[in-house]
Write a protein that binds this ligand. Structure first.
Ligand SMILES: C[S@@+](CC[C@H](N)C(=O)[O-])C[C@H]1O[C@@H](n2cnc3c(N)ncnc32)[C@H](O)[C@@H]1O
Length: 333
């Protein structure tokens, strides 16, 4: 592919674009408008599944590169790139619309957090769903749940544990209220074999709260952002120790793609002195520090612990029933 720096920075990762394209194809889509196509990562993924794509891009250089990318990929017969304003595109020509609005300011490249400043503008983007029964919108993973259009499916996607995007599947494409999609990619950035896992739910259920138990689960960020902690808790027979903090606790360790599991060896109310003494006694010299619901700075804590020893440990800084707490952990076998 041909790239520009801003184009590459905004491009969808291959593994994510491919999966979205396959879902569109499976939903029966054979013609798609990509409104604000950038360098064409999503348009090419759709074309690779056989979808006919009408791509629109306002920036002339980016549009020229998207066209060159379609040619280089041997997909020019399936992708038409038009340099123009997406808001003027006649959507009655296609069965489905995809829009990935620019969330960076042209020129400075600085991130935009207010959807009203997206380009094309948010009103246009959400209005698409009213005009085209099959609309997908890519949005920032930090999107406020209050902005999710009623009836739309909101999906959060992580790749190798990093939260990369959210997508709104509108109209006929909505299958569930909330979904977390957990992907892993091979070195070429493609999905391999068994690498797609999806957890779905209402996004409004609350997980039960209890005591700290033998194992702690640190959920994948897609599960946390999709508000699917209660669904994961039910799968793992787990509970929260604080209703506002997304660590789950259970008596058994289970392999799950949706969370990392650690075995809790000690639970201490947070005190630097007590923690330091415990780690000395255990000859802990290396710690990884996880935190949720704690204002402590991991690097500062690591320095203050003045570790000396040859054993590893994981420290989980959190709150238990509102009290600042540290869990000393080791990998769950
Ligand atoms: C986030 S990027 C798209 C990236 C693309 N999905 C990919 O994976 O390569 C958004 C693009 O929309 C373009 N854009 C912004 N406003 C537009 C408008 N009104 N009409 C057409 N394109 C627009 C920007 O120039 C930018 O290239």
């Amino acid at each position: 592919m041909f790239f520009t720096r801003p184009g590459l920075e905004q491009a969808t990762r291959r593994v994510v674009a491919d999966r979205r394209a396959r879902r569109l194809r499976a939903a029966g889509v054979s013609t798609l408008a990509d409104l604000g196509c950038g360098l064409g990562a999503d348009a090419l993924a759709a074309a690779r599944t056989g979808i006919r794509v009408y791509a629109v891009e306002t920036d002339p250089l980016t549009a020229a590169l998207a066209e060159a990318n379609a040619q280089a990929a041997g997909l020019a017969d399936l992708v038409t790139v038009e340099c123009g304003d997406a808001t003027a595109f006649d959507v009655s020509r296609v069965e489905a619309v995809f829009c990935d609005p620019a969330r960076r300011r042209a020129g400075t490249g600085r991130r935009i957090f207010d959807p009203n400043s997206y380009s094309p503008p948010w009103d246009f983007v959400t209005g698409l769903a009213e005009r085209v029964p099959r609309t997908v919108v890519k949005v920032a993973p930090g999107i406020d749940h209050a902005l999710i259009p009623p009836g739309a499916e909101a999906e959060w996607v992580s790749v190798d544990g990093d939260l990369v995007e959210a997508a709104l599947w509108c109209g006929e494409l909505a299958e569930v209220p909330r979904r977390a999609t957990v992907l892993t990619a091979d070195r070429a950035g493609r999905a391999s074999g068994e690498s797609v896992h999806q957890l779905a739910g209402s996004g409004t259920s609350e997980a039960p709260v209890g005591a700290v138990r033998r194992f702690v689960y640190d959920p994948d960020p897609a599960v946390v952002r999709a508000h699917l902690i209660a669904e994961l808790a039910a799968d793992l027979d787990a509970t929260l120790a604080d209703p506002s903090i997304a660590y789950l606790y259970a008596d058994a360790a289970q392999r799950t793609p949706y969370a990392r599991c650690l075995e809790v060896t000690d639970v201490l109310p947070f005190s630097l002195k007590r923690l330091r003494a415990l780690l000395r006694e255990r000859r802990v010299g290396r710690v990884e520090i996880l935190k949720r619901g704690s204002a402590l700075e991991p690097e500062r804590l690591r320095r203050d612990l003045r570790l000396a020893g040859d054993q590893p440990a994981s420290l989980v800084l959190t709150r238990v029933a509102t009290a600042p707490t540290v869990l000393v952990c080791r990998p769950a076998v």
